[in-house]
Each structure stands twice: as C-alpha cells, then as structure tokens.
Write a protein that binds this ligand. Structure first.
Ligand SMILES: [Zn+2]
Length: 133
C-alpha cells in the first residue's frame, strides 16, 4: 500500500541526488543513476551505477557499501537518474530480487503522475522466487 514520504525521506533523496551530481558521467563510464539507502541506525550509504555488460545498479552499489560497513537492516532506498538526479527511477527486476532477499521491509521511494510515495520492497515483487531455508 502506498505510504507518504516523511522528512527523512527527502534527506535520503537529496543524498542520492548528490551522489549522481558529483559523479555524473554520460561519456566514459555512463554513471547516470545515484542511489541512497538508509539503515535502521539512521546512517545513509550512497552509490552510483557501474556500467558494463553485467554492470551493477546504483542500488546494488549503495546496498553493498552498507553491507560492507556491517549494516544489515535497511529502512528506505531511492534511486535517481540524470545529471541533477531529477528523475526518481524504480528498481529493476534484479534489484527487486536483491531487495527482497536483503531487505523485504525496506521502503522504496517511487514516483508516478500523482507524485512520490513509498512501497515495501516485498510489494514490488509478487510471486517472487525465494531462497530455500
Ligand atoms: Zn537494478
């Protein structure tokens, strides 16, 4: 169910925008997406996409940085595209699976014609594959 953004979510959005504004590169490495993930303790980690045949999405880079730092609980994630991070982009299919595996209750900021809202990661992948166990 759609949830409204809270003030902390706008801060997260600003962090994602800052990550891509600082690293935007449409020519050589095609860094065009920035992401930010907020952890349960309030820390924020950011990432930009790594472009390659099997590149890594910005969400994966941000989540990977957080996991590397020892974080395991995530409350919200957002990705933005463009030189100014002007466009909120939804996670791709692979990222939806990763979010489901690592953080099913993590909120994901999305945008439609009525504006921004949040859904839980698990809501973005119905009938999902789940690892046994
Ligand atoms: Zn992705």
């Amino acid at each position: 169910m759609k949830k409204q953004l809270e003030p902390a979510d706008y801060e997260l959005l600003a962090c994602a925008r800052e990550a891509i504004v600082r690293n935007y590169d449409a020519e050589q490495f095609h860094h065009t997406v920035g992401a930010a993930v907020r952890c349960a303790d309030g820390q924020i980690f950011t990432g930009v996409n790594l472009y390659s045949m099997h590149g890594a999405c910005a969400e994966q880079v941000a989540l990977g940085a957080a996991v590397t730092a020892g974080q395991r609980e995530f409350t919200c994630i957002v990705a933005v595209r463009g030189a100014q991070g002007e466009e909120v982009v939804p996670p791709c299919g692979n990222c939806r699976q990763i979010l489901l595996d690592y953080a099913p209750k993590c909120a994901v900021i999305l945008e439609d014609t009525e504006g921004m809202f949040k859904l839980y990661a698990e809501e973005l992948l119905p009938f999902a594959f789940r690892v046994e166990g």
